[in-house]
Design a protein. Sequence first.
Length: 203
Amino acid sequence: MRMDMETDKNRQPFNRRQFLKAALQGAAAVSVGGLVAAAASRSAGAGQIWQINPFKCIQCGNCRVNCVLKESAVKAVHDFTMCGYCDLCTGFFHPEPNDLNTGAENQLCPSGALVRKYTQEDPYFEYTIDETICTGCGKCVKGCTSFGNGSLYLQVRHDRCKHCNECLIAARCPAGAFIRVPADKPYVVKHLGEGAIVGEEAR
Ligand code: SF4
Ligand code: SF4
Ligand code: SF4
């Protein structure tokens, strides 16, 4: 199955994929910019706040259960610049799906929070996250990271986070993936690379 997944990814014509990415990149950029601006306005003067380094996260599941909030402040996010817009998305589908459709039995996400949408450019599909039902379990991230491009990853969403002085998830993170970042630059944009993480400070 792994071979099939990689074959599917590699089969996509480069020029068409790049065209589609360029078309969607504007929307993605607006989305990321909106997140940063919103968090900055809420956190002005707050100094350093918690974020996840996606290059260290091993998707252990602790983010779902260890946040002090009833519903974790950690959610999956999607870096569209990295995404392959795959038909057989390994973040969306079980390793051996019955069929490539949105039947619940085919999906990795336990809550149906990852939304698959046809882009009108065969065979490309866009995947977005419904944060109102995403639990931050990381299952989609593990699938995408293991077999895909790694464009799905976990982030602390600062419109939800209480900015605890000592983040309980960070204290229990087995990978040392939690970092402190400046409140006015609170998100990691993965396609910029690990060296481009804004405001990282060793815990
Ligand atoms: S606790 Fe750490 S390793 Fe586990 S999912 Fe959260 S950030 Fe990733
Ligand atoms: S698999 Fe988990 S982290 Fe991914 S969208 Fe679904 S609930 Fe969120
Ligand atoms: S700082 Fe507090 S609210 Fe924010 S993710 Fe950590 S435990 Fe949850």
